[in-house]
Design a protein around this ligand. Sequence first.
Ligand SMILES: [Zn+2]
Ligand SMILES: [Zn+2]
Length: 346
Amino acid sequence: MIIAKARAVDGPDQQFRSAEIKRRDLDTSDVLIEIKYAGICHSDIHTAHGDWGPVNYPLVPGHEIAGVVTDVGTGVSKYKVGDRVGVGCMVDSCGECDNCRKGEEQYCLKGNIPTYAGVDKYGEPTQGGYSTHIVVTEDFVVRIPDNIALDAAAPLLCAGITTYSPLHHWGAGPGKKVAVVGMGGLGHMAVKIAHAMGAEVTVLSQTLSKKEDGLQFGAAHYYATSEPETFQTLAASFDLIINTVSASIDINAYISLLTLDGTLVNVGAPAEPLPVQAFSLIGHRRSFAGSMIGGIRETQEMLDFCAEHNIAPNIEVISADQIDEAYKRVLASDVKYRFVIDTSTI
Ligand SMILES: [Zn+2]
Ligand SMILES: [Zn+2]
């Protein structure tokens, strides 16, 4: 058994504390990773606070993991000691269902095994990346290209793939008009990736406070949704809208911005229902859709795409002692654009 240092939380209102957690001995297909950096995702905060239902504490969040392989099981063929690797939101799946066979492990019909707050196939609780080491089966490990720094690579494992997958699936590219709702951790990645795919990108943000950043990330246009004329100006104009906001919004107002056959994809997960009016959809044969992270093959494709196009998230590296403060700042939208924990400080 491997003992890893970690930062854990014991309840919804608790502060993070130092902890030691057990990582399993390497099975034949397992890879031991020394974690170098772990991103802070909004999902970590929701889970730590128990917003999405009961959680088994102590909890070690973190599903944006970048590190280096330090040991491999006897049957591992894809990775060797010293390789730069990443782990995202899931660490295993059944491998046999229709969706797993298609490489869409995130939609495993038996449920994928999340990187934290789940139970692995040995019956042990999974613990995430706010930690010095993790053991993961090689099929759920991805390779980080040499020209992406490990700290910048970390947020790609959730924020990157969560936005890349729907942009790719719904054909963002030359001649397509794509709108990104929200300019947070997910939104800023969506802008960079959609722009690199060749789409004409518009940001729809509450205010114009991040306009300069948005244009620099590759957006051609930037509108404030607090101004009602925005919705008139942009009516029926987008092929694809990626909604990264996890709060309730007037979804019909956003659907009205879709052109014929346009699709609005929700990647944020608001707790409240989003009431869609049928007339919003049928008038222009529009679709309202959802998307959740991406499969392992697609995650590798996303990393290679980001390397090829020199795309990296904008990050603020913090020490492990700053996690509680970082959570408060994420909730206050006071981060440009992703916190990443330097795990050498754990
Ligand atoms: Zn995430
Ligand atoms: Zn499956």
